[in-house]
Design a protein around this ligand. Structure first.
Ligand code: GDP
Ligand code: MG
Length: 826
């Protein structure tokens, strides 16, 4: 807790002193240092200031100062040991608990807790997009967050915890940002993190392959006067290019340790954290606070504003006054908000206006540009002394590839070709491993058939669980292949190119090149894709991108396509699959044109997106991607799909009608006595089965909805499947498995059962026209629940989520209707 929260008479032990510069120094000089006991003596009538006893003498502190001091109190001992149990590493926890028992006095315990808390270091990863922050976070904290070779992969802060040496690091990975001004959501997010929950140390991740631009952010962090270590990441690329960079010299110049790292191979991480500890403990020999020199004219103006700010004591307590002055000169909104409660705000703003005017007159440019130029000037100067460009053209290969894949005419055919290859491979290569999984499932099925007693439980196992979940697991290989392709596109850097070549097209339909990435991500899963729309700056554009995302066919729909396409077409599987996806894309175009026209006002955003150099993905990255997919898929199978399958089986199996069952049993007995053939018996079994299903709970639901979808060629069973797919699309397969496999077909696969299914007139249910109609309906209708929830979250309104539900389902109905009618003609 904070020292300011301590009541009179309470004692505490000091853990950390926050704040910065002069304030921190003054407080610490007065004896408020780590491990020291303090006691609150008395609070002044208006709570401010408060008298404290420290080192046997009494000191009074203002509330604002006491807030900067973190303490632990006796009361916290118990809460602490209970609460933290859940949070801490097990090893650490056991060690701590045994320690407590051996402690004798309360103040011993307090000191111990204080030392423990002191050993927690809060670290923030700050850096440009695509500099390798998430890669670093992943290797350091053993996490599996998304990494990709383009900007905007990470959209929200992620936390991880590491134990290293005697310390625990709370590591926070942030979205990338080019600067700390407040234009884009990412910049605001990063700034908020830095100022609202100030870290103990910032790791500034700098891409060695692009020093000049990356160091721009560093100059701003220097202005803030943050405790900072620079991770000079992608050091391998720098080495390879033959560039010579004297980073040690630069570190001395800017007063901040620089550690070369190769995050994706895990190199240099230990050294990096050693430096973090040094900085935290104040033992770094290099660290010192420097000022970026903006030149005499600007410096004079900064000083003038600083003088006015200094009149107000509280300003500058947790934010550097120099930085505040600079930000004010740059007309930064958040800086203006920082001073809004200050009594002399008007004086400060008036001074700012005068000073900014001087600068603008001097330089004939607005202050923001002047500062940006000055920062780049500083970087140029620093690099001139420390950096020498090598002879190898690192980007040669990248340029060569770009000349082809971003060619005026060839870029689009190449893009579509790649997409086609992706779907063809997904469809055809998936078949083989699928057979193996099918074999295993069949063996399980047989085993249960043979060794279990007849009855409801057996039915549940065979039809509900094995039929429901097994049939979905079959498609795991296809999904892995699809993801493999997507992750290859992301990791190599092609995705950024795709966004780039699509920007023009996207603009035509009212979107933005950046909208393209969430759309491609949607092929995997719509939920992260919708979260990724955060990289888009304008709200309207972002909203349209969210609303059309469900039209992009996600991987959960893939199994249904593969099953249905496989059931009626042997040769053109990949092509039909590709067409389905293309239809989705065309509808995306159409719908966004409509939305732009009728729903949402115009916005014109610049396209600023970096094209990173191509990078070969590492095996590790691929493995991580694929593995996280597999585990996610299996978890989904063990969770929602399993539950849904059981529920659907239950609804299908009950109510049982004893009279009807007896009637059929008698019929069969009669047949057996008359020596009827196997065929005849199983025909009767099938009749019984059908009648059971039609009269079950689920049959009633299906028959109730059937009229709505009859014009699309669907019967009650398909209607039921469609309803069941609302929570998650895979459930459609489970339901198909439960509804369409029956005794007659014995051991045939679900695909064969579908092919054999006949309607009352003896025609196949899954005729090409009906199947096509169904395929398109599944493509378009009702986004799954998770997608709806994320539209609601990201857009901030339920209305938009409901709108997405409504328009997609309506669209699905219309398109399927047309397809069914037209294809029935042939
Ligand atoms: P973030 O946007 O800063 O989170 O960056 P990511 O962690 O997503 O990484 C961006 C890209 O750089 C990915 O393709 C990584 O594989 C690659 N990358 C990360 N660290 C290194 C490194 O040290 N060397 C090289 N060559 N590539 C790296
Ligand atoms: Mg990231």
């Amino acid at each position: 807790m904070r020292l300011s929260d301590l009541l009179p008479g309470q004692k505490g032990i000091i853990v950390k002193v926050r704040g910065r510069g002069y304030f921190r120094k003054r407080i610490m000089e007065m004896g408020f240092v780590y491990g020291q006991e303090v006691e609150t003596i008395v609070k002044a009538p208006l709570q401010d200031p408060t008298q404290y006893k420290v080192m046997d003498y009494e000191v009074s502190l203002r509330e604002s100062e006491a807030e900067l001091i973190e303490v632990v109190t006796e009361g916290e001992i118990n809460i602490y040991s209970q609460e933290r149990h859940h949070h801490f590493d097990k090893v650490y926890d056991g060690y701590r608990r045994s320690f407590y028992h051996s402690l004798v006095t309360d103040s011993d315990k307090l000191l111990k807790i204080a030392s423990e808390q002191r050993h927690i270091i809060n670290v923030l990863l700050v850096g440009n997009p695509n500099s390798g922050k998430t890669s670093l976070f992943n290797v350091a904290a053993g996490k599996h967050e998304r990494v990709g070779n383009y900007s905007g992969v990470t959209v929200n802060a992620k936390e991880g915890r590491i134990k290293y040496k005697d310390y625990i690091f709370n590591l926070v990975d942030l979205p990338g940002t080019y600067s700390l001004s407040t234009c884009s959501p990412e910049e605001v997010c990063v700034r908020k993190q830095i100022f609202e929950s100030p870290p103990d140390v910032i790791i500034n991740v700098v891409a060695a392959s692009n020093l000049k631009r990356n160091l721009y952010l560093t100059t701003q962090l220097i202005d803030i006067d943050a405790s900072m270590v620079i991770a000079l990441n992608m050091y391998d690329e720098l080495k390879k290019s033959g560039d010579i960079f004297d980073h040690e010299h630069l570190a001395e110049m800017i007063g901040c340790p620089i550690v070369p790292t190769v995050a994706r191979l895990g190199r240099g991480i230990k050294e990096l954290f050693d430096k973090v500890i040094e900085i935290y403990e104040g033992k770094s020999s290099i660290a010192r606070h420097i000022h970026i020199n903006y030149g005499t004219e600007i410096e004079t103006e900064i000083q003038h504003i600083k003088d006015v700010i200094c009149k107000e004591d509280i300003l500058g307590r947790d934010i550097s006054r120099r930085y505040l002055s600079i930000q004010l000169l740059e007309y930064d909104k958040i800086a203006e908000m920082t001073i809004q409660h200050s009594p002399n705000i008007n004086e400060i703003l008036a001074e700012r206006d005068i000073r900014a005017q001087y600068i603008e007159n001097d330089f004939r440019e607005n202050t923001e540009t002047v500062f940006a130029n000055a920062r780049y000037g500083f970087i140029r100067g620093a690099l001139k002394e420390t950096y020498q460009k090598g002879k190898n053209d690192r980007l040669r290969l990248t340029h060569l590839i770009d000349r082809i894949v971003m060619h005026k005419f060839w870029s689009y055919p190449i893009f579509f070709m790649l997409m086609f290859i992706m779907f063809e491979c997904t469809f055809s290569f998936g078949r083989y491993p699928m057979k193996w999984i099918e074999w295993i499932i069949n063996r399980m099925d047989e085993y249960v058939e043979i060794y279990m007693m007849d009855g409801a439980l057996k039915e549940l196992l065979v039809n509900g669980i094995i039929g429901g979940v097994g049939n979905v697991i079959l498609f795991l290989p296809n999904i892995i292949i699809l993801y493999l392709f997507i992750s290859l596109m992301e990791d190599t850097g092609y995705m950024a190119r795709a966004a780039f070549i699509m920007d023009k097209l996207m603009h035509k339909i009212g979107l933005h090149g950046k909208s393209f990435i969430p759309l491609v991500m949607g092929f995997g899963c719509n939920v992260p894709a919708i979260m990724n729309t955060r990289v888009i700056e304008g709200y309207s554009t972002r909203l349209i991108t969210m609303l059309i995302n469900p039209l992009i066919s996600c991987s959960a729909r893939l199994p249904i396509y593969i099953l249905l396409i496989g059931a009626f077409s042997r040769n053109y599987g990949g092509l039909i699959l590709f067409l389905l996806y293309v239809t989705g894309i065309l509808l995306v175009v159409l719908m966004s044109l409509l939305f732009k026209k009728f729903l949402i006002k115009d916005e014109n955003l610049p396209f600023v997106m970096e094209l990173p150099p191509y990078r070969l993905p590492t095996w590790n990255a691929i493995r991580r991607h694929v593995w996280s997919r597999i585990s996610q898929y299996l978890r989904k199978m063990g969770g929602i799909i399993l539950i849904a399958a059981i529920v659907i089986w239950f609804l299908e199996y009950y109510p049982q009608n004893e009279k009807r069952n007896q009637y059929y049993e008698r019929k069969i007995t009669k047949l057996v006595l008359q020596a009827g053939s196997e065929e005849q018996i199983s025909y009767i079994r099938m009749q019984q089965n059908e009648e059971q299903k039609r009269n079950s709970f689920i049959g009633c639901i299906g028959c109730f909805i059937e009229p709505l979808v009859r014009p699309l060629g669907f019967d009650w069973k398909i209607a039921t499947c469609l309803i069941s797919g609302i929570p998650a699309k895979e459930i459609i397969i489970s339901t198909l498995g439960i509804l369409y496999t029956n005794a007659k077909n014995g051991n045939s696969s679900l695909k064969q059962c579908l092919q054999m299914e006949l309607d009352t007139n003896g025609n196949p249910v899954f005729s090409p026209s009906k199947t096509l109609s169904l395929l398109f309906f599944v493509l378009l209708y009702f986004p799954c629940i998770a997608t709806i929830a994320s539209i609601k979250n990201e857009s901030g309104k339920w209305e938009w989520a409901l709108f997405a539900v409504g328009y997609t389902t309506l669209l699905a109905w219309i398109i399927s209707f047309v397809i069914y009618r037209v294809s029935s003609l042939f």
